[in-house]
Design a protein around this ligand. Structure first.
Ligand SMILES: [Mg+2]
Length: 315
């Protein structure tokens, strides 16, 4: 079977770049590893994003991070000279709140997470239990007899990144989830954060823990799952998915998400995955006669070493 290989945008001529820029109206871009690393902008990505906006493209920053609200994310971006507002931001905390709002949820949310989630719930007018430390006091027996009276108003559990994850929080979440009517939402399942010399457990570690004791699976808002399209975009907006461009640095989240939705996809090599990983996947696919959709959809349509180079052959 012949497959179409990813095209290097750095080799495109000006007319080819012109038709590339004319081929999409909406840009969805991952943040960490594409636009910035931690708190440092990746050189040139701000001017490229600003120029795409000037060209009339609709640009959305999409992040699996659940610790910031849309406004806080926009503020972080503006400090790095991206000309964006909160309505250019889609975070998993925001999606979790919108997911409940769309179902006309009118009970209370038990949160395992941080202020990114509680503030987005406030914004959506949804009641919640608040965030912060909930430490073990006394024995488990004391806890079930005296310290924990389940709140009958709880109708959903949202799990995101929580530095104060604790035994009481896990127990409470799983107890609420024991009622099958309780909606179970997770912001994302990222395993860990990259930090040289340390392993920082990511939201996925907390989500898997609670899924295990609750014996249920959460609806996961982040990439590569599809809730972003179900919750944020209307069918009308998605009627021609080929007019969307998804930009990312991870094949198994960003590119997979884009391809699963029939968007065009662009890999930048400033983050987690580089073209050597793509070539490994292509080799595997070629060796293995069986089509593996999950792997096929991790092969991007385009690549470029960094986003900041996007207009190099155009100017
Ligand atoms: Mg990334």
């Amino acid at each position: 079977m012949s497959r179409s290989l990813p095209k290097n945008l750095a080799k495109f001529t000006k007319p080819q770049m012109e038709s590339f820029f004319g081929s999409f109206d909406t840009v969805l871009t991952d943040c960490d590893g594409v636009l910035w690393l931690y708190n440092n902008v990746i050189e040139g990505s701000n001017s490229v994003i600003n120029r795409l906006i000037e060209m009339g493209k609709k640009v959305y920053f999409i992040t699996n991070n659940s610790t910031k609200t849309r406004e806080e994310l926009a503020e972080k971006a503006r400090v790095m000279d991206f000309n964006v507002g909160f309505d250019n931001m889609i975070s998993t905390a925001f999606l979790a709140a919108q997911y409940l709002k769309k179902q006309n949820f009118n009970k209370k949310v038990f949160i395992v997470g941080s202020t990114g989630i509680s503030r987005e719930l406030d914004e959506a007018g949804i009641a919640h239990t608040g965030v912060g430390p909930d430490i073990m006091q006394g024995s488990i027996i004391t806890m079930v007899k005296e310290n924990f009276v389940p709140d009958p108003e709880i109708g959903a559990v949202i799990v995101g990144f929580d530095e104060h994850i604790s035994f009481p929080k896990m127990m409470k979440a799983a107890t609420y989830l024991n009622n099958k009517e309780t909606i179970f939402v997770a912001t994302n399942t990222d395993e860990r954060f990259p930090m040289p010399g340390f392993v920082i457990p990511g939201t996925g570690s907390i989500v898997r823990g609670i899924e295990t004791c609750a014996e249920r699976k959460a609806a996961v808002m982040g990439k590569p799952e599809n809730y972003l399209c179900k919750v944020f975009f209307t069918e009308e907006m998605l009627k021609d998915p080929s007019r969307f461009l998804m930009i990312g640095d991870r094949l198994n989240t960003d590119i997979l998400f884009g391809k699963n939705n029939n968007f065009q996809t662009l890999l930048v090599e400033t983050g987690v995955h580089k073209m050597d990983k793509v070539n490994e996947i292509i080799e595997d696919l070629d060796k293995n006669g069986n089509a593996d959709k999950n792997l096929e959809n991790q092969v991007p349509d385009f690549y470029i070493s960094r986003l900041g180079d996007l207009f190099n052959n155009f100017d």
